[in-house]
Design a protein around this ligand. Sequence first.
Ligand SMILES: O=C(O)CCC(=O)C(=O)O
Ligand SMILES: [Fe+2]
Length: 292
Amino acid sequence: MKPTPETVRPRQAVKAHERLDRMYDEIVRLDLSRNVLELDLYGYTIVHDAKPLSFFEELRATILKLGEEDRQNNKTIPLAGKDGASYLVPWLLARGRIFEEAVMAEKPLALITYLMGESCQLSSNHAHVRVQGDPPQGMHTDSPLMPDPLPDAPVASNAMWVIDDFSLESGATLVVPGSHKKRSNPPANAMEMAIPIEAPTGAVIVFNGNLWHSAGARKLPGERVGMTQYFRRMYAIPQEDLNGVISDEVIARNSPRFAHLVGRDSPYPGQDFEFFNLEGAKYFGPTSDSRG
Ligand SMILES: O=C(O)CCC(=O)C(=O)O
Ligand SMILES: [Fe+2]
């Protein structure tokens, strides 16, 4: 509605409206309206052209090299207990330029922004390498430490990069479609309701953090490499202090959105006995707006 001379819209309302317009323009520009519908109905969607296949091949080689480096340093993080051979490769955003490029990939980031707002930040960037013989992960949401009912506006959401084909046999992520609307942690029998997300190498799955999901058991030789970019609201503490380890040089070679994603301009925690970082005050309005 066009404001009349008598009505002056409050600044916060105008800003919120502008955020919606920016989100809308990005979704339309990137041809993602179908993905948005899938996110609303099913709680997840698959993007097939976020980056060329060669980019995924380079991601795979880099991740496996870093995993090997962790092994040499006795720092491997097992994903299935001490007897399992599946493992996590953590802190990726701080371990190679390719991960910086991946996190800024336009299509997944626009969909995450749709779910989480422009103010969202990264919690962690992990590779999940799963091998034959390990049990599936337990069903969960990605809203850690949250009791029911989960908030309608998700606390966290994920972009899962499909670096090796995802199928039931290969150990795809398992999901219960539509479960994001339950706004609860999964019941004990959630696994019985789950289906694998079938997706070829080169896909990126974006999913609402309230969706019930888990990593499936791999039944084939070789590895299943998947990479999560795990996003959080500004009020949730990150899994990795990426801001603490990412250098100013890395910040300088990326866009302002990157700096925000890693938490460079967060209002809290206050530093050096200051109340809070004033730079981050611009996010107080956006973070309280469930529309993003
Ligand atoms: O590896 C997967 O397929 C899913 C991993 C996951 O959901 C998690 O670690 O929170
Ligand atoms: Fe998860």
